[in-house]
Ligand binder design. Structure first.
Ligand SMILES: [Zn+2]
Length: 344
């Protein structure tokens, strides 16, 4: 019996991602539900929050509007306390085959209290090949009442057979203004702080929320950008010394490369036009100098090199060597300091 009163709402506890939400709530309304979804998109844009809201929607107890946000299932899922919704992620580095095997044992049992047993496999791009192989078995022979939600910052490393057995949901960066508005309204940040973090976040709400709570993230950002700008004036010897020193902070390098990529993306935008919403607005003066002096082909070359380095590091190559190669791909420039009173 279909309850004609039951509505799948698009009012999920998620910021942005409205197209993906509409799509899923329409599917649920028509009773179309898949056993596996691959939620992909850049880091810190809310993929896990999205997956959790989906888990609420399929398990919500309301007879009228799902997710209601108020019932037992909704509240427990929101707090990661619901027996039938599990989050699994890399246990120090990589998601391992043993974690998938444990999961398979659990999935062989019936749901405890929910309609669906939902498993959120976070950062699945970090799974080992053996773990991906093991999960394939579950994807090929789905147990009834089980929904797998894989999240991934990038799908490049995933086995094609994994991708083909999941329905893809691609989430995008949020707008700076939506991040700003959320920081003001939901996190009660002052207007100017919210505007700055909204801009610097590049559309990653999760990053902005962490930066609001942790001042050291902004000072770390300043350090990384200063190192990049200093390096442009250095010879090979200076660059190698910097690569050596940066390579000691293995955990931070991915975030640093992401920041550097956003910096060069700004250079590219400024090469095309002078009125454009760049991310690193506080470095406007230096970015404009680089945009004038570096050819667009070379800017693209640097961006490709940064992306390639991030991939190498993901594959565990020697960090110092990878950074040395990257440094040699950067142009050499003599930058003028910003005039007094300028933003950088
Ligand atoms: Zn509910």
């Amino acid at each position: 019996m279909v309850d004609t009163q039951l509505t799948y709402s698009t009012n999920w506890p998620v910021v942005g991602h409205t197209a993906a939400i509409s799509h899923l709530s329409r599917s649920l309304q028509h009773g179309r539900i898949r056993h596996a979804y691959l939620i992909a998109g850049p880091a810190s844009i809310g993929k896990t929050t999205f997956a959790r809201a989906f888990a609420m929607t399929v398990n919500c107890l309301s007879d009228h509007r799902r997710p209601c946000g108020l019932c037992r299932a909704c509240t427990l899922i929101q707090n990661d306390n619901f027996a039938d919704v599990k989050i699994i992620e890399a246990d120090g580095g990589k998601l391992k085959v043993d974690q998938i095997r444990d999961l398979q044992t659990q999935l062989s049992m019936r749901p405890v209290e929910g309609r669906y047993r939902v498993v959120i496999l976070r950062r699945f791009q970090e799974a080992t090949t053996q773990a991906m192989d093991a999960l394939l078995k579950t994807l090929e022979e789905p147990a009834p009442g089980v929904i797998l939600l894989l999240t991934a910052d990038t799908t490049d490393n995933l086995l094609p057979t994994i991708k083909s057995r999941c329905q893809s949901i691609n989430l995008r960066l949020l707008s700076a203004s939506l991040v700003r508005k959320t920081l003001e309204e939901q996190y009660h940040l002052k207007q100017d702080k919210a505007a700055l973090l909204g801009q610097l976040s590049g559309g990653r709400l999760g990053w902005a929320i962490r930066a609001a709570a942790d001042e050291s993230m902004l000072s770390q950002r300043d350090t990384w950008l200063k190192q990049l700008e200093d390096m442009l004036g250095m010879t090979r010897v200076g660059r190698f010394a910097m690569a050596e020193s940066l390579s000691r902070d293995k955990k931070g390098i991915a975030a640093m490369l992401e920041l550097w990529l956003s910096y060069w993306r700004d250079v590219m935008l400024l090469s095309h036009t002078t009125v454009t919403p760049i991310t690193n607005r506080d470095h406007d003066h230096t970015l404009r100098q680089i945009a004038i002096h570096v050819r667009i082909d070379d800017v693209l070359k640097v961006m490709t090199a940064i992306q390639r380095t991030a991939k190498y590091l993901d594959a565990n190559v020697n960090t110092r060597l990878a950074l040395e190669v990257l440094m040699l791909d950067m142009p050499r420039l003599r930058l003028m300091p910003a005039p007094p009173g300028a933003s950088d």
